[in-house]
Design a protein around this ligand. Structure first.
Ligand SMILES: *Cc1c(COP(=O)(O)O)cnc(C)c1O
Length: 422
């Protein structure tokens, strides 16, 4: 039994791990009602009652506001659109610096670029994998306008400290909480801790409607700007009587009634789905505790984690095998595990070649000479990604205790027999 599957032994696990399925009869019925109504979207890009969308879109927004205790929820067709709208609403313009995490989905940083902003990457904290007041502070310059903080993997960033810093420097804080719906920090929902928070409803997230997103804010002015950017603002401002028209170039970021109807049902399930994730993750953490070569996720005091991704740190010198070999051996045991997460964003061609909009390299042509995208810029991020992080998405609501126990058994088997792999 202790012979590793990679070396011809029998694997711990032969069945696949369960898929995460949250769509049920409630969603099916809600969609059928929309189809029967024949009004699949009721938005109009004019200053009219339809400017705010149809009944399901508005019902979703009111339900989102009630659930998260916020003044305004603005639905959009993706969290990417939501991040773009939030950066626009924040007033970011050409040459403004936007501080962002390099260890996230690319859109968190691209959102700055589309408004001519210059992403400035702050390093991550090695325990939470989020940017922190300590890593953000040295990146603040007179050009800094906004911070995009990512609650990566479902762990809320140190938002209290970041908001204090933002107040001192008059910065707008956008919380990218695509991965952390239902997580809390000191009893407050992730996503509601900055000036604007952006949730994702894409297929891979904790709750979904295919594609979609929701932005929340307590600020009336920001909410109005978000609604204008979502829906052809430039032709609405005159009739609506909006005089500050900076960045109110509009898009079509509108959600359809079908997606809103699904999202309404999904929102009702959110707390239960996150609670189950938490139970699965707790069992994983208990099972994987006390292993010198593998550090399970850290949960900071006051945090209820959202467990989108279960990210651990692997210590190759303690284990006696490389990270790649460890992951290969676990996969052979039938366990899903990834090497690293996403490449630090600044290593992507857009930053390395400084080419984004047009031929000349805008907006990087406007960047202060001190803005760097060189390898080594964020050493903790690079060490985490290229050397230490391994992660899995099995901590979800359809995972059973037996599934977790197989995962744990496979990890322990590989580590105990690591010497055989040398
Ligand atoms: C998924 C994700 C996004 C983008 O969400 P979409 O709804 O797919 O546009 C943004 N940021 C992070 C951290 C994400 O995980």
């Amino acid at each position: 039994m202790s012979k590793l599957a990679l070396l011809g032994g029998s694997p711990v696990r032969t069945r696949p791990f369960p898929d995460y399925v949250t769509i049920g009869d409630e969603e099916k019925q809600a969609v059928m009602e929309v189809l029967d109504s024949a009004a699949l979207s009721s938005f109009l890009g004019t200053w009219s009652p339809q400017f705010y969308g149809g009944t399901r879109v508005q019902a979703l927004e009111r339900a989102w506001e009630a659930h998260f205790g916020v003044k305004h929820a603005v639905s959009v067709n993706s969290a990417t659109s939501g991040l773009y709208a939030a950066v626009g609403a924040a007033g970011v313009g050409p040459g403004d610096e936007v501080i962002v995490s390099p260890y996230t989905m690319s859109a968190s940083a691209t959102a700055a670029v589309v408004y001519g902003g210059v992403p400035v990457f702050a390093d991550i904290d090695p325990e939470t994998f989020c940017i922190s007041p300590a890593t953000i502070a040295p990146r603040i310059t007179p050009r800094t306008r906004a911070i995009i903080v990512v609650d990566i993997f479902g762990h809320p960033a140190d938002m209290a400290g970041i908001m204090t810093l933002a107040r001192q420097h008059n910065l707008v804080v956008i919380e990218d909480t695509a991965q952390a719906p239902g997580a809390t920090l000191n009893g407050r929902w992730a996503g509601t801790l900055g000036h604007m928070g952006v949730y994702s409803l894409n297929y891979h997230k904790t709750i979904h409607c295919g594609e979609g997103g929701v932005i929340v804010t307590d600020d009336d002015r920001l909410a109005e700007r978000l609604q204008l950017i979502r829906n052809h603002g430039e032709v609405v401002v005159k009739d609506k009587g909006v005089t500050d028209i900076i960045n109110l170039v509009g898009f079509n970021y509108r959600m359809t009634e079908i997606e809103a109807a699904i999202a309404l049902e999904q929102l009702k399930k959110l707390d239960g789905l996150v609670a189950r994730r938490r139970a699965v993750a707790d069992r994983m953490r208990a099972g994987l505790s006390g292993l010198p070569a593998l550090c399970p996720p850290v949960v900071k005091p006051g945090v209820e984690h959202g467990w989108y991704v279960f990210a651990m740190r692997f210590n190759a010198s303690v284990a006696g095998i490389s990270r790649a070999r460890f992951v290969e051996a676990l996969r052979a045991e039938g366990v899903p595990l990834a090497v690293g997460y996403v490449e630090p964003i600044y290593l992507e061609p857009m930053y390395q070649q400084r080419i984004a909009l047009g031929r000349d390299g805008f907006p990087f042509t406007l960047a202060d000479p001190g803005v760097s995208y060189a390898r080594g810029l964020c050493p903790v991020t690079e060490r985490m990604h290229f050397e230490e992080v391994v992660c899995t998405s099995i901590c979800h609501a359809d995972t059973t205790d037996a599934d977790v126990d197989d995962f744990v058994a496979a990890v322990r088997k590989v580590l105990e027999n690591a010497a055989d792999l040398k």
